[in-house]
Write a protein that binds this ligand. Structure first.
Ligand code: ZN
Length: 171
């Protein structure tokens, strides 16, 4: 039985307020997709890519969409290997709507949403791989349990820095 998340979650805003100002907004739809994918994945990791747009001022990004895992992805309790199946076509369609690849997300079942060393290495490879056309990718990690207590983290990889974003109240 798959427990679908019935209620639409609230959007989540992440910020950093030192000399390096950045913000990341995550849509309710993207959060809902991640929660549902994690519910289905149970005790295994799962993940996908983040799609959205950059804001007009400073460094800000709106994550409009998170995809479920592409076909052919592999996973275990503490690892996830995302396939690229179908993503080029999807990104081409989204590009027509003004939306781009922004980064990656994955689920840490029952664990904290803290990026592991392999997570950080993988995102640095994305940042330096010209095929992604994304020099400052975002990593969103969903931790805990999607049915009970879950938490999201957002980390920005930019200019060789690993920037841990803080959840910001929208009120
Ligand atoms: Zn991880």
């Amino acid at each position: 039985m798959v427990a679908w998340i019935a209620a639409m979650p609230e959007p989540i805003d992440f910020r950093t307020d030192d000399d390096f100002t950045a913000s990341i907004w995550i849509s309710p739809e993207a959060i809902g997709t991640m929660l549902n994918a994690a519910s289905k994945a149970g005790r295994r990791e799962t993940g996908g890519i983040l799609i959205g747009r950059y804001g007009p001022e400073g460094w800000s990004a709106d994550v409009v969409e998170a995809t479920p895992k592409p076909k052919g992805s592999r996973s275990g309790r503490c690892w996830f290997q995302r396939s690229s199946f179908g993503l080029a076509d999807l990104l081409e369609r989204r590009w027509g709507e003004g939306l781009h690849y922004l980064g990656e997300w994955h689920f840490h079942p029952g664990n904290a949403p803290t990026p592991s060393n392999p997570d950080i290495r993988a995102m640095r490879r994305v940042a330096s791989d010209e095929a992604y056309r994304c020099p400052a990718p975002i990593l969103v990690i969903l931790g805990g349990s999607p049915k009970y207590e879950w938490r999201l983290s957002a980390t920005l990889f930019r200019d060789d820095r690993v920037v841990t974003m803080k959840q910001h109240s929208l009120e």
